[in-house]
Design a binder for this molecule. Sequence first.
Ligand SMILES: Nc1ncnc2c1ncn2[C@@H]1O[C@H](COP(=O)(O)OP(=O)(O)OP(=O)(O)O)[C@@H](O)[C@H]1O
Ligand SMILES: [Mg+2]
Length: 345
Amino acid sequence: MFIFDKGSLTGVDIGSYAIKAIKIKGAGASKTLSRVAYSRLDHIAIPEESSKLSEILKNVFNANRIKAKKVITVFSGGSLTIAHLFLPRMPKRDMKDAVRWEMRKHVAFPAEELVCDYTTIGEVKRGEDFANSILAFGVRKRDIEKLIKIFEDALLEPSSIDVTPIAMLAAFNHNNVWEKGVSYSMIDIGNSKSTVAIFKDKKLMFTREIAIGGKELTMIVMENLACTEEVAEKEKIRCGVLQGSEKDTLITTAIFGALERLAAEVNRSFDYYQAQFREESVSKIFLCGGTAKLKGIEDMFTHSLGVPCFVDDPLRNIKIEPKKFEPSRIKEFAPDMTVAVGLAL
Ligand SMILES: Nc1ncnc2c1ncn2[C@@H]1O[C@H](COP(=O)(O)OP(=O)(O)OP(=O)(O)O)[C@@H](O)[C@H]1O
Ligand SMILES: [Mg+2]
């Protein structure tokens, strides 16, 4: 058991609402949940209160007896810039420099502070020639350094930093069967934002961040009920977008309006994807992130987008020992954990 465990990293997803950490042991079909942690952050301002975050991180690891020091995490929001590039055919070793050169034009900070990476989608015909179709990610170096410092101050070692859609792809890959040539979408609806990803043939084909998440839904309920944020969040979770009593209509209508705006943005992304890649439409959508648990969201998105939507369970193919964890409690938090699970995988 110990040997299996040796190489595994703890996936840590620090969101604006909660920290999620997960450790998975074993290989292939025998992957088993080893450790899991979820901790709400209660309005910590990053980066001003980064030291508080390190303290919470340390406590989360101690309280959940996660002894591993090596972690893998994500960088999202902030200075993250995503660009879809078409570059001429060239040797792989030159690609990194070419991507860097192109990304300089896309970022709003000095080029010498750019840290970037990319994933190749494939070759496409552009006019007479073939081009490499690439998804590139750029962040500001000092933002990465701040993230690393949060972990180091918690006595943890980030071995790797990834981006949300790549973690989502890893979770999707472990839990679903791919049909050749079929496009799937996964949408992480978090607190401050949502991340749309489209996958095909085990590759990330498209991704985009949309600045609408659960926090906006809470704020809309708060305005409509003229109540505190705490009460608004409870009411949001209680009502969702399900038709309820007349009193609830005010809440569900307000939430519905904001979600329609999100669905419209997702639709625009799908249209772009279809036009750009001359692809078939997306065949299924999986929702994850805390807001994926909103009552009625699956049906609402299915109707709005005309594509079947499902709430993701990233632990579907991971064994949960009932002696160690209470499965129903773990399942309750499953959609929130997708990014952390993907990292751990
Ligand atoms: N049962 C529920 N129904 C509806 N919304 C919920 C439910 N549980 C949590 N949420 C909402 O989910 C959001 C938190 O989701 P999540 O943990 O994915 O965010 P995060 O990853 O911390 O944030 P981000 O990635 O946007 O910075 C909050 O807005 C919260 O109100
Ligand atoms: Mg998140």
